[in-house]
Write a protein that binds this ligand. Structure first.
Ligand code: F6R
Length: 240
């Protein structure tokens, strides 16, 4: 793992953007794996700024998102479909038909998303990390062999995400469809972004802890090309 500790969130986001920009300029038809949430927002802002200022071309780029809530209309403001459109897709020239998000609530729908993923090869996968070490919505205890599947979100994740739902845990969808750890590990390159002290323990476990299903992100120690972008708070428990 290559670890970059930025001066702050913005600095870390800019560095992550440099890696992303290298991928999309070297391969104009690259396949991006994308995440939602607070961690990649800065990266997406830099991508939009770069598109506006330099015209980086996304016409032949395609994307596959990590996850989506179950039981939420895609036009709900907190759906991951809405997130991706408002933060990124509506501001660059990626084609709507080239963007893909999981959707549905059944095993058949999850299998269909996995089958679509198996036909492509993700060039760069963007990840955040949950306070409990989840990546995508692969919660602790998820098998390292899991493909795209329907997940019951843990109390920790529901609590972390209630900030998007009027701070009311009862409004947070209880399930999501998520790429599995097996799906994520197939990506050629991984960018993982984490900021804030509440991520410090998960970051330490991911980088320095044993590779264990108790910390899903620890599987990334087995991937050949992972770049981790941290702010000083998220890096604060690392031993070196
Ligand atoms: C989002 C996702 C999640 C988040 C994680 C961190 O698509 O898959 O794993 O990356 O919950 O969320 P933030 O970045 O909001 O702290």
């Amino acid at each position: 793992m290559k670890i970059y500790i930025g001066k702050n969130y913005d600095d870390m986001s800019e560095k992550a953007f440099e890696t992303m920009k290298a991928v999309v300029t070297q391969k104009p038809n690259a396949v991006l794996g994308l995440a939602t949430g607070s961690s990649p927002e800065g990266l997406y802002k830099y991508m939009v700024k770069d598109y506006q200022e330099n015209g980086t071309n996304y016409e032949n780029i395609s994307s596959y998102n990590l996850d989506e809530y179950v039981g939420i209309d895609r036009n709900h403001p907190e759906s991951y479909y809405s997130f991706m459109h408002t933060r990124l897709f509506d501001h660059i020239n990626i084609k709507e038909e080239n963007t893909h998000l999981p959707s549905g609530s059944t095993k058949e729908e999850a299998d269909a998303y996995e089958a679509a993923l198996e036909k492509v090869s993700i060039d760069v996968q963007v990840l955040g990390i949950g306070q409990n070490g989840h990546i995508g919505f692969n919660e602790p205890g998820t098998s390292f062999d899991a493909p795209t599947h329907i997940v019951d979100l843990t109390e920790s994740t529901l609590n972390a995400n209630k900030r998007f739902f009027d701070n009311d845990i009862n409004l947070v969808p209880k399930q999501a469809m998520s790429m599995g750890l097996k799906s994520i590990m197939r990506s050629k390159k991984i960018i993982l972004i984490a900021s804030g002290k509440e991520k410090a323990e998960a970051v330490k476990n991911m980088i320095e802890g044993p590779v264990t299903e108790a910390c899903p992100a620890s599987i990334l120690q087995n991937h050949a090309d992972v770049e981790v972008f941290l702010d000083p708070e998220a890096a604060s428990l690392l031993s070196k």
